[in-house]
Write a protein that binds this ligand. Structure first.
Ligand SMILES: *Cc1c(COP(=O)(O)O)cnc(C)c1O
Length: 471
């Protein structure tokens, strides 16, 4: 496919700007360009075809199955986009007066009310723009709390080894030392190891439950008790709330701070690099450290990670989603997400895919292809690439790190029984192929726009700048 610059023809136009209603004024000479700006010149139909061709090369939820684990790539209802496109929301300015922005403030208030009810928290800020940003902000709250109490020796954050990579990264960004807590044989937090690690230097524990192998830790109350008893606080990574929303609340599990990914669970598409939102909720005793709160830190500014209220339109979508589903609908969505994951897990397990942990799963499950790798030299990567030929997005690969040759599958609640069965059939075809013709698997995919990419070169010497051919 040609780049838009390569399709350019001098004189082709696709813009029809209205006549200016103010007199023309020349720029000062020293600010004006010396030569014309080099922009592509295309007709409207050429332009439309160019973007349509690009769109057709992209795989998305609207095109096919997209079970990327730990990402919740579910279908996002159009009605939520419609709500966010209302001119009263898109045209608002953050410095507008209170009296002319009441509707927007009401959206923030209602979204806070709903989401604190879902998480069991007391207050919430919508400032953070992503999950990792929320983790960072949550840890700032925890840090401010310890500092305020003069508790200066809490330098460590405990993070289970199954955690999402952003957890230790955020803790390190906040200046904490990360202590990894091993998982036990069942993929859950090893309580003995946690007891050994928790102490007077513990600032916090960061945990996601259900964890990244799709398991709900039944010891959660004991886990948060151990950390609190040591004087630390408990941070809940709520990026993937799909499995528990409406059923269980981090606040009731003993957590003090939580972030959510509105761009996973609450109706904003995720993965295309668009605006996200990682709101942070906390219990009342931490609320004074939130942005916009009365200064509780003795003269210091409250924790602040972004201007104003973050990506506001993402909050509008979340509120539209919550209100169209309602309390019962939210519960049903979570139940369906868990049912779908278990149904697909059973279809794949019965068809010969080994599971990393043999449990009932929550919203996702993890396959381990260690044996296939060992016996047939077919890796998780080979299987993932072969799935591309079946018109679907592969699952998350090589994560969590505690599982070898991992494939992590999260089908979400928006897939029908039939689409899960069709997906399972593709997975089983790929497995049969891997067993029969293992050597062929290294050349998969065969039918995509680009074949197997040289990922090492792409990572080590990426070409990120287009060099126009010299005229
Ligand atoms: C996606 C995810 C994050 C990070 O969210 P971003 O918005 O990508 O920064 C953190 N934790 C878990 C468990 C996640 O799945």
């Amino acid at each position: 496919m040609k780049l838009i610059f390569e399709q350019s023809h001098p004189g082709h136009r696709s813009h029809f700007l209205p006549a200016s209603d103010v007199p023309a004024a020349a720029l000062p000479e020293d600010l004006a360009r010396a030569s014309a700006l080099d922009l592509p010149e295309l007709t409207e139909s050429e332009l439309a075809r160019h973007y349509e061709a690009l769109a057709q090369q992209v795989h998305g939820v609207n095109k096919g199955f997209y079970p990327l684990g730990s990402c919740t790539m579910k279908y996002n209802p159009r009605i939520d986009e419609d709500a966010a496109a209302l001119p009263g929301f898109t045209g608002v300015h953050p410095l507008q007066s209170e009296t002319t922005s009441r509707g927007c403030r009401e959206v923030l208030r209602q979204a806070e009310e709903r989401l604190t009810a879902v998480t069991g928290m007391d207050r919430m800020t919508f400032q953070p723009a992503a999950g990792a940003h929320g983790e960072y902000m949550g840890l700032l709250l925890i840090k401010a709390y310890h500092e305020r109490r003069g508790d200066k020796n809490r330098t460590k954050v405990l993070v289970p080894d199954s955690a999402h990579g952003t957890n230790p990264a955020s803790a390190a960004m906040c200046g904490y030392q990360v202590v990894s807590i091993p998982s036990d044989a069942n993929g859950l937090v090893d309580l003995e190891k946690l007891r050994e690690a928790a102490g007077p230097d513990t600032a916090a524990l960061m945990l996601t439950n259900p964890n990244t192998v799709g398991l709900f830790d039944p010891n959660i109350l004991e886990i948060t008790r151990i950390v609190h008893q040591a004087g630390g606080l408990c941070y809940y990574d709520g990026a993937n709330l799909n499995a528990i929303m409406g059923w269980a609340r981090p606040g009731d599990m003993g957590f003090d701070v939580v972030h959510l990914n509105l761009h996973k669970t609450f109706a904003t598409p995720h993965g295309g690099g668009g605006p996200g939102s990682g709101p942070v909720g906390c219990k009342a005793f931490l609320a004074g450290f939130l942005p916009g709160s009365a200064l509780a830190t003795g003269g210091e500014a409250p924790c602040q990670v972004r201007a104003f209220h973050g990506n506001f339109l993402v909050v509008v979508k979340a509120l539209a989603y919550l209100d169209t589903l309602g309390g019962e609908g939210i519960r049903e969505a979570a139940a369906q997400a868990v049912l779908n994951a278990n149904y697909l897990m059973h279809l794949l397990r019965d068809g010969g895919y080994p599971m990393a942990f043999d449990h009932t799963c929550m919203h996702e499950f993890v396959i381990t292809l260690e044996k296939l790798k060992h016996e047939k030299d077919v890796s998780a990567l080979d299987v993932a690439k072969a799935l591309l030929d079946h018109g679907m997005h592969p699952p998350t690969m090589y994560f969590p790190l505690i599982v070898h040759e991992a494939l992590m599958v999260e089908p979400t609640e928006t897939e029908s029984k039939e689409s899960l069965e069709a997906a399972a059939e593709s997975y089983l075809e790929v497995l049969a192929e891997a067993n029969e013709n293992p050597a062929d698997m290294h050349s998969r995919p065969l039918h995509t726009y680009v074949r197997r990419l040289d990922e090492v070169t792409a990572a080590r010497s990426p070409i990120v700048k287009y060099e126009a051919p010299s005229a």
